[in-house]
Write a protein that binds this ligand. Structure first.
Ligand SMILES: *Cc1c(COP(=O)(O)O)cnc(C)c1O
Length: 369
């Protein structure tokens, strides 16, 4: 890559290929692979990432919201798309764009069936979401009888899959809880299949579920963070490559004298002569204020430059006292060597939050490294 002359997010499709191959190496050839491309493919670029995954043979996509599915359809992606969190106001768009809704409550099932019938649909694919312990979205086991009875009265929809979501698949201290969740899901799916009389696809594993619980793969797995290069585990991270590299540039260098301050509200006060570099990236680009006051850092010429004082909306100032650098030099915020996981950990956050927060103001550059 040429050196960056502005703030940009590089998206390395070869890293994506590597991660896809690693994750699919953990599943059997008959297990289907669903790629989660919600939130702009975890802050990268949903259309570009989805197109690449299609060439790699992905079976399914999932997005959180209907609008995200529309974006993929507008880009002529015709792979099945599961919408994880549709709202009844979205049902028209769901059906118009051949998106497949997660149905998670009696209300959503009744309303979707009414909509599908009114629009003369038959066997419209739906996905039943079951709550097995996350207590976020989903039917409970006690709803099965009602679900099957409701479904028996209509030809408008057909259950394409039944699924659940693990609450702590990355945390092996909670292994017992996760094994319990998987057990509940198995019981629910057996009961459902017995009463439905046909076998929908079953799935409950996210990235860490794929890695840590092979017994939870069922017919399909759903990977998000792993595809983007983060495995929630240092051992797994060795095999994954971060897809996104956030870069910026030094706009200006200041020599700050002892007792002078840097930034809003005098957030940093120099105890000695300090060289600060001003960078064109701020909280409006996705660097939260919590990274200020030397909690977070960037990398310049291979060295850590802590963020001085408060993060501004459009800028940060970093300490380059001990770094040989000049105006115009490239700066790495995170990427394969200074990872988003490491940086996020400095403010008690996680890779997911940092990478998905990079705002749409930041230019995306697609590359293959
Ligand atoms: C976001 C999400 C995933 C992806 O999880 P990762 O930990 O990123 O692999 C899978 N399933 C559901 C229901 C999700 O909301």
């Amino acid at each position: 890559m040429p050196k960056a002359h502005e703030t940009l997010l590089e998206i390395d499709l070869n890293a994506l290929d590597n991660n896809y191959k690693y994750i699919t190496s953990k599943i059997t050839p008959t297990t289907q692979m669903l790629a989660v491309v919600k939130a702009f493919a975890y802050g990268s670029d949903a259309v570009i990432v989805a197109r690449e995954l299609v060439t790699l043979g992905v079976n399914y996509f999932a997005v959180a919201y209907t609008k995200e599915g529309e974006t993929l359809r507008n880009a002529a992606i015709d792979t099945p798309i599961l919408v994880l969190h549709p709202l009844p106001v979205d049902f028209e768009s769901i059906v118009n764009r051949c998106l497949e809704p997660s149905i998670y409550s009696r209300k959503t099932l009744s309303e979707f069936i009414a909509f599908a019938e009114a629009n003369n649909q038959t066997n419209y694919p739906i996905h039943l979401k079951f709550n097995t312990g996350l207590n976020r979205l989903g039917f409970n086991e006690s709803d099965i009888l009602w679900i099957v009875k409701t479904l028996s009265k209509t030809k408008s929809v057909k259950v394409k899959s039944a699924f659940s979501h693990l609450a702590a698949s990355e945390d092996l201290k909670l292994k017992e809880f996760t094994i319990g969740q998987i057990g509940v899901f198995r019981k629910i799916s057996e009961k459902l299949i017995a009463q439905l009389g046909y076998k929908p696809l079953l799935h409950c594993a996210n990235t860490s579920g794929i890695i840590n619980y092979p017994e939870a793969h069922f017919n399909m797995v759903r990977s998000g963070i792993g595809l983007y290069g983060y495995g929630n585990d240092s051992e797994v991270n060795k095999y994954l490559k971060p897809v996104a590299t956030l870069k910026t540039v030094i706009s200006q260098i200041h020599e700050v004298q002892k007792n002078q301050s840097v930034g809003y509200n005098r957030g940093f006060i120099a105890e000695k002569t300090t060289k600060s570099a001003t960078l064109p990236i701020g909280h409006a680009d996705g660097i939260p204020r919590s990274y200020g006051n030397e909690n977070g850092w960037v990398t310049i010429a291979g060295k850590k430059a802590p963020i001085l004082g408060n993060v501004c909306m459009d800028m940060i100032m970093v300490d380059v006292t001990n770094i040989e650098c000049e105006e115009g030099d490239e700066v790495i915020v995170f990427g394969p060597s200074a990872t988003a996981e490491e940086l996020a950990a400095a403010v008690n956050s996680i890779s997911y939050e940092l990478i998905t927060a990079i705002s749409q103001r930041v230019k995306r550059v697609i590359c293959r490294k």
